[in-house]
Design a protein around this ligand. Structure first.
Ligand code: FES
Ligand code: FES
Length: 173
């Protein structure tokens, strides 16, 4: 039997206490112990961003961190972005810009975009693309995702289109 360790987390504003083996990732704790299945497991190797959550204000890949390493922290998952029935502005913008197809990457895209905004490093659509490049969308919904994020951030819409024209039916890198 694996030795277990206490882990206290404040998840989406609610205090939780768990007893987990040291090898349990934050992603597995969220999905399998806390029942918060909004956070998705894509690659489980830090390559796709589907598991992105916020630790404090910082976006992290929850598959790459052990739950015990986050002991005592505030964790926000996609379930914690809305205020009751009122969607987070990014969630609303994703709907308005048709920024998803299957939706598997969407929770990670949303949490990553919140983290991006907290970082304050992106001032153009090109920088949004670059700084969101760790979040892969298998459906190629990138034009809508970038439009949604830049819209919420109040950045000039598609200012970099002159440099990187988007042709419908193609997937920008
Ligand atoms: S599941 Fe964590 S990066 Fe892919
Ligand atoms: S909407 Fe399907 S993977 Fe992004």
């Amino acid at each position: 039997m694996d030795e277990t360790y206490p882990v206290r987390l404040n998840i989406n504003g609610v205090a939780h206490q768990f007893e987990v083996p040291a090898w349990v990732t934050l992603l597995d704790l969220l999905r399998e112990r806390a029942g918060l299945t909004g956070t998705k497991k894509g690659c489980d190797h830090g390559q796709c961003g589907a598991c992105t959550v916020l630790a404090g204000d910082t976006r992290i890949n929850s598959c790459l961190t052990l739950a015990v390493m986050q002991n005592g922290r505030d964790i926000t998952t996609v379930e914690g972005l809305a205020e009751g029935d009122v969607l987070h502005p990014l969630q609303q913008a994703f709907i308005e810009h048709d920024a998803f197809q299957c939706g598997y990457c969407t929770p990670g895209q949303l949490c990553s975009a919140v983290g991006l905004m907290n970082e304050g490093q992106a001032s153009t659509a090109a920088e949004v693309r670059e700084l969101m490049s760790g979040n892969i969308c298998r459906c190629g919904a990138y034009p809508g995702i970038v439009a949604a994020v830049t819209g919420v951030m109040g950045l000039a819409q598609r200012r970099d289109d002159i440099e990187r024209p988007y042709t419908p039916g193609t997937v920008p890198a």
